[in-house]
Write a protein that binds this ligand. Structure first.
Ligand code: UDP
Ligand code: MG
Length: 140
């Protein structure tokens, strides 16, 4: 099934020059980038993006981190894109992530784990709409 998912290269990934590395893995996996931009979220915008985690112990620190520098946000499209990209990323906690995944190879911390990917069709719909309007997404 063709799906869309939202990918973010987080501020740690951008500042450590991992943009190309992440994009190479996305393209090699056969996922198409159908929208992309670099943005810098403020605290309020980061809190809105991560509103599902409001109240959790890591919410304040996470939203400080996500608003600490630029991110690259992308819409990816392809067969089973949501799960496929989650597999490329690896587990949230890089110490638990499988060998060869982005987080296992590059994350430095449970929070600073380089990438975000939507976890369901519902969250993908919300997250894509949070950053992109229809004119910014390639439909062909
Ligand atoms: N996070 C954290 N501590 C935790 C769990 C999560 O700092 O105990 C951060 C981490 O950056 C993670 C993000 O919060 O990527 C969102 O958490 P989620 O459980 O949605 O993980 P993900 O979907 O990114 O794998
Ligand atoms: Mg998540």
């Amino acid at each position: 099934m063709i799906q869309r998912t939202l990918s973010i290269i987080k501020p740690d990934g951008v500042s450590r020059n991992l943009i190309g590395e992440v994009i190479k893995r996305i393209e090699s996996a056969g996922l198409k980038i159908i929208a992309m931009k670099m943005i810098r979220m403020n605290k309020v915008q980061a809190k809105g993006f991560y509103q599902v985690h409001e109240g959790k112990p890591f919410y304040e620190s996470l939203t400080d981190f996500m608003s600490s520098g630029p991110c690259v946000v992308m819409v990816l499209e392809g067969d089973n894109a949501i799960e496929k990209y989650r597999k490329l990323m690896g587990a949230t906690d890089y110490r638990m992530a499988e060998e060869g995944t982005i987080r296992r190879e590059f994350a430095t911390d449970i929070e600073k784990n380089v990438v975000h990917g939507s976890d369901s069709p519902e969250s993908a719909h919300f997250e894509i709409g949070y950053f992109f309007n229809q004119l910014e997404i390639i439909n062909e």
